[in-house]
Design a binder for this molecule. Structure first.
Ligand code: 5AD
Ligand code: SF4
Length: 471
C-alpha cells in the first residue's frame, strides 16, 4: 500500500488522514453531499457505495465542504485516537453549522456503530448516525432530518453485501480500484472492535464481483484490490450448481478476466491462508505476488491471549510456504501491535525476533489501544505503561525500516514490470507505478501513458521507494 518513505507517516496516510471525495456530478435537487473517509480501505470502498446510493436518489456531490448541504464522515473505531480525530474534526464544523444551521452532519461507519445514540447525545452537532450495514437506508434517514428529527440506524445484517450497487469511484487514479468481496469478521481477536462494528462475516456473490471487475477493466482500470477483513474465508455457494467458490477459486476467476488486469487482495489471516491460494497466485502472472499477513505479535503467549489461533511456528511455516511457492521476491507485509496486555520485555523481544526471522518488506505498526466491549477489555488489564508501549513501537518501527531497506536493496539491478499510476509527487518529469510485489517505483518519463505497463530496471532505492530507468 502506497509509498513507504517514512513508515510512521505512511501509517497515518493510510489510516488516519481523511480523503476527500472529488466532484462526481451536477448537484441534484436533494442537495449536495460532501463525504470524508477515515480508516481502512474498506471504509473508502464503502464511501463509494454510499455515494452511489445517494446519487441514485437524486443527491449531488461536492468536494467543497463550504458548499455542502450534507456532510458525512465515514469513521474508524479501531483505536482510540481514530475516534478522537473525528471528535476534533466535528469541532471544526461548529462555525459551518452557525453559518448554515440547515447543514446536516452525519457519522457513518465503525464509530457510528460502536457509539450508537451516545454519539448523538454527546456530539450536539451530529444529526445522523448510520452503521456500516444501513447505507441503503441513508435516503430515508436524511428525509427524517428534513422533518426536524435526528436519525439513526445501526442494525447489523447477516446478509448485506451491497453486491448489486456499482460504487461511484471517489478514491481513484483511474488505474486501480477497490472491490469489496466480503464484509464483517467472525474471528474475535481479543483486541479488535471490528466484529462488533462490522458484524458477522458474509461473502458477496461471485457474479457481482466478476461483473464489477470486468466493468472496471472496460473503463480502463488495470488493477483491482479485492477487499475483506479476512479474504481467505471467502465462501460463496452457487445457488444453481451448488458449487462452492472459495478464495483460491475466486482469484483465479478474477485473473481470467484479462491478463492485463492485475489482482491484489487484503487482508489475509495466517490461520486461513492455504497452499491452494498460494498455488493459484503462482499460476497466474497477473495475480500480484504480495501478501499482507498481520502477525500482531511474535510471542506465543501473547498470540494466545489475542486469540489469534496460530502460533509463531505456524506463522513462520506460512512464510516459508509463501517463499517456497511464490519465490523469495514475493512482497510480504505485516501488522504488529506493541504493548498488548501483560506483554513483557521477553514477549517484545520475541516480536523483534520474528521480524528478524522474516525480514518483511513493509509493516503497519501500532501501540495497543483498549477498545471497550472487546474480549481483551473485559478479561485482561491494559497494564503496559504508555511510555513502554511507545518505546517498543519505536524499536519495531526502526527494525522494520532497516528491513524495508534490505528488501528494497535486493531489487537493485532487476527488471520489473511496472503498472504506471501517475506523475511522481516530486516531479512531473517522472512517473510512478508499482511492481508486482507492491513497491513504488519512480522513473523518468518516456512515451508511456498512465495505466500502461512498462519494464523498468531498478537502479537505486530509499527505504521507501525504488528508483529506476525505463528499458
Ligand atoms: N489496538 C491497536 N491496534 C489494533 N488493531 C486492531 N485493533 C487494535 C487495537 N485495539 C490493528 C491490528 C489490525 C490492524 C487493522 O489494526 O494490527 O491488524
Ligand atoms: Fe479484527 Fe482479527 Fe477480524 Fe482482523 S481478523 S478484523 S484483527 S477480529
Amino acid at each position: 500500500m502506497q509509498e513507504l518513505n517514512i513508515i510512521a507517516k505512511s501509517i497515518e496516510e493510510n489510516l488516519d488522514v481523511p480523503r476527500i471525495s472529488s466532484e462526481t456530478n451536477e448537484p441534484g435537487f436533494l442537495g449536495k453531499v460532501y463525504i470524508e473517509s477515515y480508516g481502512c480501505q474498506m471504509n473508502f470502498a464503502d464511501s463509494e457505495v454510499v455515494t452511489s446510493i445517494l446519487i441514485n436518489k437524486g443527491y449531488g456531490t461536492t468536494s467543497n465542504i463550504q458548499d455542502a448541504d450534507t456532510i458525512l464522515l465515514n469513521t474508524c473505531a479501531i483505536r482510540e485516537n481514530a475516534e478522537q480525530k473525528i471528535r476534533h474534526r466535528l469541532q471544526t464544523f461548529k462555525a459551518l453549522k452557525t453559518k448554515n444551521p440547515k447543514v446536516t452532519i452525519g457519522i457513518l461507519g465503525c464509530m457510528a456503530e460502536r457509539l450508537k445514540t451516545q454519539l448523538i447525545e454527546e456530539e450536539k452537532l451530529v444529526d445522523l448516525v448510520a452503521g456500516p450495514d444501513s447505507y441503503r437506508d441513508l435516503p430515508n434517514l436524511l428525509d427524517q432530518i428534513e422533518n426536524g428529527q435526528k436519525a439513526i440506524n445501526v442494525f447489523l445484517s447477516k446478509e448485506e453485501t451491497y453486491g448489486d450497487i456499482e460504487p461511484v469511484r471517489l478514491h481513484t487514479n483511474g488505474v486501480s480500484a477497490f472491490v469489496s468481496i466480503m464484509r464483517g469478521c467472525d474471528n474475535m481477536c481479543s483486541f479488535c472492535v471490528v466484529p462488533f462494528t462490522r458484524g458477522r462475516e458474509r461473502s458477496r456473490d461471485v457474479a457481482s464481483i466478476l461483473n464489477e471487475c470486468e466493468h472496471l477493466f472496460e473503463q480502463g482500470y488495470r488493477e483491482v484490490n479485492l477487499l475483506g477483513q479476512n479474504v481467505d474465508s471467502y465462501r460463496w455457494i452457487d445457488p444453481a450448481t451448488k458449487e462452492i467458490i472459495t478464495f483460491d477459486k475466486l482469484i483465479q476467476l478474477t485473473a481470467q478476466i484479462n491478463p492485463d488486469l492485475r489482482i491484489r487482495f487484503s487482508t489475509s489471516h495466517p490461520k486461513d491462508i492455504t497452499n491452494e491460494v498460494l498455488h493459484a497466485m503462482a499460476a497466474y502472472p497477473n495475480i500480484c505476488k504480495n501478501i499482507h499477513l498481520p502477525a500482531q505479535s511474535g510471542s506465543n503467549r501473547i498470540l494466545e491471549l489475542m486469540n489469534r489461533t496460530y502460533s509463531r511456528e505456524w506463522y513462520l511455516d506460512r512464510i516459508s510456504a509463501i517463499r517456497e511457492i511464490l519465490g523469495p521476491e514475493c512482497g510480504i507485509s505485516h501488522d504488529i501491535i506493541a504493548g498488548f496486555c501483560t506483554e513483557t520485555d521477553e514477549d517484545h523481544r520475541d516480536t523483534l525476533d520474528l521480524l528478524d526471522s522474516v525480514v518483511f518488506d513493509f509493516g503497519y505498526m501500532f501501540t495497543y489501544s483498549e477498545r471497550p466491549g472487546t474480549p481483551a477489555a473485559k478479561k485482561l488489564r491494559d497494564d503496559v505503561p504508555d511510555h513502554i508501549k511507545s518505546k517498543r513501537l519505536q524499536e519495531i518501527i526502526d527494525l522494520q525500516r532497516k528491513h524495508s531497506g534490505i528488501r528494497n536493496d535486493q531489487m537493485i539491478g532487476k527488471i520489473q514490470r511496472v503498472l504506471v499510476e501517475g506523475n511522481s509527487k516530486k516531479s512531473d518529469q517522472h512517473h510512478f507505478g508499482k511492481t508486482d510485489n507492491n513497491k513504488v517505483v519512480v522513473f523518468k518519463k518516456g512515451s508511456e501513458t498512465i495505466g500502461s505497463y512498462v519494464d523498468v530496471k531498478i537502479t537505486s532505492c530509499t527505504t521507501g521507494t525504488l528508483l529506476g530507468q525505463l528499458i
